[in-house]
Design a protein around this ligand. Structure first.
Ligand SMILES: [Zn+2]
Length: 279
C-alpha cells in the first residue's frame, strides 16, 4: 500500500467492485434463524488449498509503517484499532462517516446470520475489514470507498437498526457480532504485503470459482478450492462463487477450524495478521 493505512484511516468507500460481488447473497437471512444441524464436514474436503505461488506471497512489501509513533509505549492493552479508524460509506445516496468498528459490526450483521459459529463470524469480520482497507486503496465509488448496497459492494446497515428484527434477542445477537469484530480487532488478510480484495458469497456447489473463471481476471489469491460441505446449504448455490463461502465458513467452523484456517482455506496463499495501526 502506498499510504500507511495506519494514518487516521479515513476509509472512503466507493466500490462497484465486482458488481457480482455479493450477488446472490441474502442479507435477509440473518434474522437470527438457527441454521440446520451441522453435517460434519467431509475429511477430504480438508485438502489444503494449494498455494498458487508461494514466492509471490513473500514479495517485497513496501516497508511498513515507519514507526513514527510519538506517544509513549502503552503497556499491556493496546488501543482498539478499529474504533480509532474511520471510514466513509455510501448508503441511501449519502455518505456517512463512522468508525471502522461500527462499519464492520453493521456489515457482518447484514452479511451473515448472527447465529453462525463464532469462528465463522470472525472470518466474516476479518474479510469485511480487509475489504474495507482494500477499498480505501482502490475506491469503488467516487464519493466514498464503498457502499452499503449488497448488490454492489456489500450489505451494511447500522447494528442498532437490527433491534426491530431481533427483538428480545437483540442483546445476545448484537453481542455475538461485536465479539467477532472485537476479538479480531485490526486483523487483516494480506497477499504480497497488501490487503486483499476479500470477496465472499453465500454458498456454492462443492467448489469455489477462481476470479479468472468468473471475471476473466486472474487474481492469485482467488483460486478455485474445494467446498464440498456447501452442497448441504438448504437454498443451493448462491452468489458468484469467488472467495470465501459463508456457508462453507460455517461448516468449517463447526468442524473445529479457526477463523484463520477458514480464511486461508478460501483465500489462497494469504497471510492473516494484525495491521500496523498508528493510532
Ligand atoms: Zn458499491
Amino acid at each position: 500500500m502506498k499510504r500507511t493505512l495506519a494514518v487516521s484511516i479515513a476509509l472512503y468507500i466507493a466500490l462497484f467492485l465486482i458488481p457480482l460481488l455479493t450477488a446472490g447473497q441474502f442479507p435477509l437471512l440473518e434474522g437470527g434463524r438457527e441454521p440446520s444441524p451441522p453435517p460434519q464436514a467431509e475429511p477430504e474436503a480438508g485438502a489444503p488449498p494449494v498455494p498458487a505461488d508461494s514466492s509471490a506471497a513473500e514479495s517485497p512489501s513496501p516497508s511498513p509503517e515507519p514507526s513514527a509513533s510519538p506517544e509513549p509505549p502503552e503497556p499491556a492493552v493496546s488501543p482498539p484499532a478499529d474504533a480509532g479508524a474511520s471510514i466513509s460509506v455510501l448508503t441511501d445516496g449519502s455518505v456517512r462517516e463512522m468508525t471502522l468498528r461500527d462499519f464492520i459490526c453493521g456489515a457482518v450483521a447484514a452479511e451473515m446470520p448472527a447465529l453462525y459459529p463464532e469462528e465463522a463470524l470472525k472470518a466474516q469480520a476479518v474479510a469485511i475489514r480487509t475489504f474495507a482497507l482494500y477499498a480505501l486503496e482502490h475506491p469503488y465509488h467516487r464519493d466514498a470507498p464503498l457502499c452499503g448496497n449488497w448488490e454492489c459492494c456489500l450489505a451494511f446497515s447500522p447494528l442498532e437498526e437490527r433491534a426491530a428484527d431481533w427483538g428480545g434477542q437483540y442483546e445476545e445477537l448484537a453481542g455475538r457480532i461485536r465479539a467477532a469484530a472485537d476479538q479480531t480487532d485490526g486483523v487483516v488478510i494480506y497477499y504480497a504485503g497488501e490487503p486483499i480484495e476479500a470477496v465472499f458469497f453465500a454458498a456454492t456447489d462443492g467448489r469455489t470459482r477462481s476470479a479468472a473463471e468468473v471475471w476473466g481476471t486472474d487474481v492469485p489469491y482467488l483460486q478455485s478450492v474445494g467446498s464440498a460441505f456447501d452442497t448441504d446449504f438448504p437454498d443451493g448455490a448462491r452468489g458468484h462463487g469467488v472467495g470465501m463461502s459463508q456457508y462453507g465458513a460455517r461448516q468449517l467452523a463447526l468442524a473445529g477450524l479457526s477463523y484463520e484456517d477458514i480464511l486461508q482455506w478460501y483465500y489462497t496463499g494469504v497471510e492473516v495478521r494484525q495491521i500496523p495501526y498508528e493510532n
